[in-house]
Design a protein around this ligand. Structure first.
Ligand SMILES: NC(=O)c1ccc[n+]([C@@H]2O[C@H](COP(=O)([O-])OP(=O)(O)OC[C@H]3O[C@@H](n4cnc5c(N)ncnc54)[C@H](O)[C@@H]3O)[C@@H](O)[C@H]2O)c1
Length: 387
């Protein structure tokens, strides 16, 4: 039997172009053999990118899942539509690489993780920022004890670019609450990075969530989220916003600090990291050249190539991928816990109570919470809350 991993792609939008496409066209032992997309124009674009013929293109993903030689699928449709496709993939015996966030609903995320385990199949999340050179190097510095024990990880993502979805499909889906859009839900990367850097699972979250940029333009969707996350012996501060604002990372440890900045102070994922240094407990500064640094789009492409290599090897060696379904489920709970905190004005314990409306319904459960009268989130009319 050939060792090549034959894969199918479901959903051929923008993230495929700059992420999955470089991986699927360069990685050894991985071959894309079929593509499904509901939009004819996107199927045609995908056929061109991957050199596929008509017989390899499908309008209905279920026809792709019926192909025997396919061992694994990557599912890159918007999150609202992804969970039933993931469950169908497991029922068809396929391993799954899922785009983030895992789902909009924590109960559904847990259901997906259980379904993977019961089917004895891998479910890996596209948490590709683990492979961006700047965060990988920060992780290595922490592991080497460069600043002692991590105390507070501050991740600035206030200059997130609000890219629309594919024009041939529905460009504005991120701006619809029903599709689960909004800056923090879309840019869940900062949340899993915080957990990864701290090296522990989050216990509590508190947040402000607002819509200053989009409130005037509508439809109203969250575009600013300021979070504080508690871990057993450290904290993370995450600032995330669409629009203009500072990006980078500041990490405080028991014996020093790490600072990382992007070109023009922009945010991670959208620009070139240009500065990484640590300060030790004697206030001595050490500058670190960021290893494997290329142009920003090449860094992104490479992060997907390495992520795909990890997924391939997880299947071949029957081990967990770097970000299994459980990591996706935890990241989603931090995001929804932050939303719940912003609505109620209270700190939210993690993991979420399985009886809570937020666990069972995600954003749709926010209207069932006792909203704080002065909540900025409520005043903005987010999550279906009205004054
Ligand atoms: N990992 C990352 O850095 C990253 C970056 C961007 C987007 N994403 C995630 O990837 C997903 C897609 O985002 P995007 O920006 O590529 O969106 P997009 O709008 O560009 O593409 C979505 C594609 O899915 C197709 N589609 C929708 N429903 C479908 C169905 N039922 N069956 C088959 N195809 C279907 C559409 O026709 C379209 O081609 C989202 O979940 C998003 O959060 C991840």
């Amino acid at each position: 039997m050939s060792n090549t991993l034959k894969v199918g792609l479901i959903g051929c939008g923008n993230v495929v172009n700059y992420g999955h496409r470089p991986a699927l066209t360069t990685l050894p032992d991985v071959e894309l053999v079929a593509l499904a997309d509901i939009t004819p124009a996107r199927r045609a674009i995908g056929a061109d990118w991957f050199n596929l013929d008509d017989g390899q293109l499908y309008a209905d993903y279920r026809d792709l899942l019926a192909i025997d030689e396919i061992e694994a699928v990557v599912i890159a449709v918007p999150q609202k539509f992804r969970p039933p496709i993931v469950l169908d993939a497991f029922a068809a015996g396929k391993h799954v690489l899922s785009e983030k966030p895992i789902s909009n609903v924590p109960a559904v995320a847990d259901q997906l993780a259980r379904a993977a385990a019961e089917a004895d199949l891998k479910m890996a999340m596209v948490h590709n920022y683990h492979f961006l050179p700047e965060y990988r190097q920060i992780k290595q510095l922490l592991a080497a004890g460069a600043i002692g024990d991590i105390r507070v990880a501050t991740l600035h993502f206030l200059g997130v670019i609000d890219y629309p979805g594919a024009a041939e499909y529905q460009a504005d889906w991120r701006h619809t609450m029903a599709a689960g859009g909004g800056v923090l839900m879309d840019m869940i990367h900062a949340v899993y990075l915080a957990e990864w850097l701290v090296g522990a699972e989050a216990q509590q979250v508190m947040a402000f969530v607002d819509a200053p940029e989009y409130a005037q333009r509508g439809p109203v969707i969250e575009d600013l989220a300021l979070l504080q996350v508690a871990f057993p012996s450290a904290y993370a501060v995450i600032h995330m916003g669409w629009g203009e604002g500072v990006g980078g990372a500041d990490i405080s440890g028991s014996e020093g600090q790490i600072r990382m900045r992007y070109k023009q102070y922009q945010s991670g994922g959208f620009n070139q990291p240009i500065e990484l240094y640590s300060i030790d407990s004697d206030w001595q500064r050490t500058d670190h050249a960021i290893a494997n640094l290329e142009e920003h789009l090449d860094n992104t492409a490479r992060s997907f190539i390495e992520l795909w290599a990890d997924f391939r090897d997880a299947i071949r060696h029957d081990r967990e991928p770097i970000a299994p379904a459980a990591a996706g489920a935890r990241a989603l709970q931090i995001v929804l816990g932050a939303y719940a905190s912003a609505v109620t004005g209270r700190v939210v314990s993690l993991p979420l109570d399985e009886a809570s409306p937020v666990y069972r319904k995600g954003i749709d459960g926010m209207v069932d919470l006792k909203a704080w009268a002065e909540s900025k989130t409520k005043a903005a009319g987010l999550f279906g809350l009205r004054e």
